[in-house]
Design a binder for this molecule. Structure first.
Ligand SMILES: *Cc1c(COP(=O)(O)O)cnc(C)c1O
Length: 374
């Protein structure tokens, strides 16, 4: 039986060509022409002045929070329904993540639930565009302005997505991307911090490189990290950027085709499909479906049946407020977040990689129809 993989990256000849060039040149660590070329091309794609590559998306978030120099135990508002990287970035910086529940329809952090989480200690807010659908940025930015919060945008899942015509990646004082293998642009492992602020850009560059002071080697005024991306990775990234428009179009095609083929299941009340708000360009980074809890079937069981049919899927995020790793902290008092808890129990995502073929996509839909038939 042929397996339909949940993600197969799309890597072309151009990537091989640039990688060979990088390797042959001997510039295989973090200096070499591909680094700046990749930073420049990606930052101009999202209309930002500065792009600073790092070795993964998690560390892009760690670095972004680090350069803010927030007082210890400051609070950062983040969605509960997200990847653990967002919360870890807070913890690693001695900051406290404060979790907010999701919206029923977009699965993003619910702007209406933010205000009551704000205290005197709140200093930053981290919107995350989940599975490719942009967050409703106007109310979030308004709350940030009113409460003088720094916005750190995590657009790892929303490369190419737009909010009211503006690309995601343009909404934070610092915006963070990941180039993991399942992202719209990949470098294998990798990430980037983007900003328009020259001073922040310089500090980000310094701190990702062990805190080296430019022009003064082996002299360190503060504690840095080694978060450097290699020239070989940037070579892959640059090649990927040459096909970025086609990549984004393919993602949108996958999303729209799934929606068209699975609409009957939604009409029967069996599942809920991703939506696209009128102001959104959803790039469907991962195409998620949510089972109707009234039908009694949970995501884990449906996923098991699909696996037996050769269809790989992945569960939705386990919300941060349910993570055993955070139990020892006193951040939340047995708080309930019904929307993200339900998403966790009933949601999962379908094969959505850039190399997905129409034939594979149709097979996924047929298997879903058989598995979920009522
Ligand atoms: C992938 C991802 C990250 C982390 O990226 P890594 O490169 O795997 O460290 C961060 N945030 C979100 C929302 C992601 O999807």
């Amino acid at each position: 039986m042929q397996i339909v993989p949940v993600n197969e990256p799309l890597i072309g000849e151009k990537e091989l060509e640039y990688v060979s060039e990088a390797v042959r040149s001997g510039w295989i660590s973090s200096e070499g022409k591909y680094i700046r070329a990749f930073e420049d091309k990606f930052s101009s794609y999202v209309n930002r002045k500065h792009g600073i590559t790092v070795n993964n998306g998690t560390n892009a978030l760690v670095l972004a929070l680090r350069v803010l120099d927030l007082p210890e135990k400051s609070e950062v508002i983040i969605p509960s329904f997200t990847i653990i990287s967002c919360a870890l970035a807070c913890v690693y910086n001695n900051l406290v993540p404060v979790f907010v529940d999701s919206e029923e329809d977009t699965w993003n952090m619910d702007a209406a639930k933010i205000q009551k989480k704000i205290t005197k200690k709140t200093k930053a807010i981290m919107p995350v565009h989940i599975y490719g659908h942009p967050c409703d940025m106007d109310p979030i930015s308004k709350i940030a302005r009113k409460n003088k919060l720094v916005v750190i945008e995590d657009f790892a899942e929303a490369i190419g997505s737009k909010y009211k015509g503006s690309k995601c990646g343009g909404f934070g004082q610092i915006s963070c991307a990941s180039f993991y293998a399942n992202k719209v642009v990949t470098t294998g492992e990798g990430g980037m911090c983007l900003t328009d602020d020259q001073d922040l850009a310089e500090r980000l560059r310094k701190l990702k490189n062990l805190g080296f002071v430019p022009g003064k080697r082996f002299f360190h005024e503060e504690l840095g990290f080694n978060f450097r991306m290699t020239n070989v990775q940037a070579a892959i990234g640059l090649a990927q950027l040459e096909s970025i428009e086609a990549r984004v179009r393919k993602k949108i095609w996958i999303g729209k085709t799934y929606t068209k083929l699975l609409k009957p299941l939604e009409d029967q009340g069996v599942i809920r499909l991703p939506i696209r708000k009128g102001w959104a360009r959803n790039t469907y980074w991962m195409y998620g479906v949510v089972l109707n809890e009234k039908k009694g079937l949970k995501a884990a069981e449906a996923m098991k049946k699909l696996e037996e049919a050769g269809i790989q899927t992945r569960p939705f995020f386990c919300p941060m407020h349910l993570q055993p790793a955070f139990k020892k902290f006193s951040w939340f008092k047995k708080e309930k977040m019904p929307v993200s808890e339900k998403l966790y129990e009933y949601g999962f995502y379908l094969p959505s990689g850039l190399a997905l073929t129409e034939k594979q996509l149709c097979r996924v839909c047929e298997s879903l129809n058989t598995t979920l038939a009522i």
